[in-house]
Design a protein. Structure first.
Length: 143
């Protein structure tokens, strides 16, 4: 039976724990906090952008404390997640953000863009081709 000195055992445990923590952090996708509009100050959102298949960007958008769309705009029935290329190109509708009874919502999707702004608007329909004038939550992504 091999007995390690007390300091050597403690050092070994610290080194193993630090290595496990670094590996866990390295494998977790970076999370970008979204900025909320003064129209909905309680809302919080995050975006995770990772490398997807064929060089695409896999996005996971999560929101909390997001009021029902009709409370934000009288004509709205849904929230839509958009991306706009970093060079200020035309926005693209990525899909409707489904918000549950606890005012939480998620959308997971893919875009070919690598540098872009992602933002959320309240809309009359999930299939609108242009966003309304008010961005409610927004973030910039560069990967």
């Amino acid at each position: 039976m091999t007995i390690f000195p007390r300091n050597a055992t403690a050092s070994l445990l610290v080194a193993i724990s630090a290595g496990a923590l670094m590996n866990a952090c390295a494998s977790a996708p970076p999370t970008v906090r979204m900025v909320s509009s003064p129209d909905i100050p309680a809302a919080e959102g995050t975006v995770q952008a990772t490398s997807g298949d064929n060089g695409n960007t896999a996005l996971h958008v999560e929101v909390r404390h997001l009021a029902k769309p009709e409370k934000v705009s009288s004509e709205a029935t849904t929230y839509v997640v958009w991306v706009r290329p970093g060079a200020g190109g035309r926005p693209q509708n990525l899909g409707a953000l489904k918000v549950d009874g606890d005012l939480r919502g998620t959308l997971s999707t893919v875009t070919p863009m690598r540098r872009f702004d992602v933002f959320i608007t309240a809309e009359r329909s999930p299939t609108v081709s242009l966003p309304s004038a008010r961005n409610l939550l927004s973030a910039s992504i560069a990967r």
